[in-house]
Design a protein around this ligand. Structure first.
Ligand SMILES: Nc1nc2c(ncn2[C@@H]2O[C@H](COP(=O)(O)OP(=O)(O)O)[C@@H](O)[C@H]2O)c(=O)[nH]1
Ligand SMILES: [Mg+2]
Length: 251
């Protein structure tokens, strides 16, 4: 059976790793030598892994961005979609992604490192937000070029989280981005569309937003997320863990 390593230790999940050892008693009857170990919640462990996030580096331009021989997950979305808030809630660090709000850094690509004991096993990339109210056409084109180049040139990229405020729906720039992403998703790139600020929707609106987004996303998963209500945080943490730690056939 395939097994995944444990987010906390890099070892197989407790349920498998700690399978009690069967020994024999004096009368030859099998008995369990080890006391049962409580099951570990994989989502909690994934959150623990997310919490190890630390600032790695920043670059104003793509060609200045170092490439690491590690799986990378990119967070993209229009400005104000809730990207910084999502990264902060996910990593349970109040100011991690807001660092990118410091003047001059808003258009930078910021990388964060994830991994226990300072051993980086995954890189998170916070890509510049896009779609400011009065963004110049040239800026739009430049941004699209940066995104397209990023998606094509980051050979270590394993997954993309696209954030969208469902009250505004997918914008033209989201659609453009999806067109670049889709062929890569078909090649195996992981993708999820996060509908942010879900706390602002009632049940009917949420269901409607999900079904529309599923049609538009065309691949990957679509999920509701609320930083305020902590909705979807566990699911996303576990999903990112699974993207970067695919099961190994330990058969
Ligand atoms: N109600 C609500 N507001 C949110 C949520 N996430 C972010 N926001 C707000 O949306 C605004 C933009 O968030 P921010 O993370 O800075 O967006 P970014 O530009 O995509 O990084 C801020 O005022 C946040 O407080 C959420 O889950 N619920
Ligand atoms: Mg931001």
């Amino acid at each position: 059976m395939p097994s995944r390593p444990d987010p906390a230790t890099g070892q197989p999940p407790a349920s498998e790793a700690n399978t009690p050892v069967t020994t024999s008693t004096a009368d030859g009857a099998p008995s369990r030598g080890n006391a049962p170990v409580p099951a570990v919640d994989p989502a909690k462990q994934a959150l623990g892994w997310m919490h190890t996030a630390r600032f790695l580096t920043t670059a104003a331009q793509l060609h200045h961005l170092p490439t690491y021989d590690l799986p990378e997950i990119a967070f993209v979305g229009r400005s104000n979609a809730g990207k910084s808030t999502c990264i902060n809630v996910l990593t349970q660090q109040k100011r991690l992604a807001f660092a990118s709000k410091t003047p001059g850094r808003t258009q930078h690509i910021n990388l964060f490192a994830l991994g226990r004991q300072g051993q980086t096993d995954t890189v998170l990339a916070d890509l510049p937000g896009y779609g400011y109210a009065a963004v110049a056409k040239m800026d739009k084109l430049r941004w699209q070029q940066v995104m397209a180049n990023y998606l094509v040139s980051r050979t270590n990229l394993v997954g993309i989280v696209l954030l969208c405020d469902p009250r505004h729906g997918l914008t033209e720039l989201d659609e453009t981005l999806l067109e670049v992403i889709r062929p890569r998703v078909e090649e195996g790139l992981k993708f999820t569309l996060l509908l942010t600020k879900a706390d602002k929707l009632n049940k009917t609106e949420a269901a409607k937003a999900l079904s529309i987004a599923r049609l538009q996303a065309g691949g990957g998963t679509v999920q509701l997320f609320s930083a305020l209500k902590k909705q979807g945080v566990d699911t996303l943490a576990l999903q990112l863990w699974n993207w970067t730690h695919p099961p190994t056939d330990a058969a």
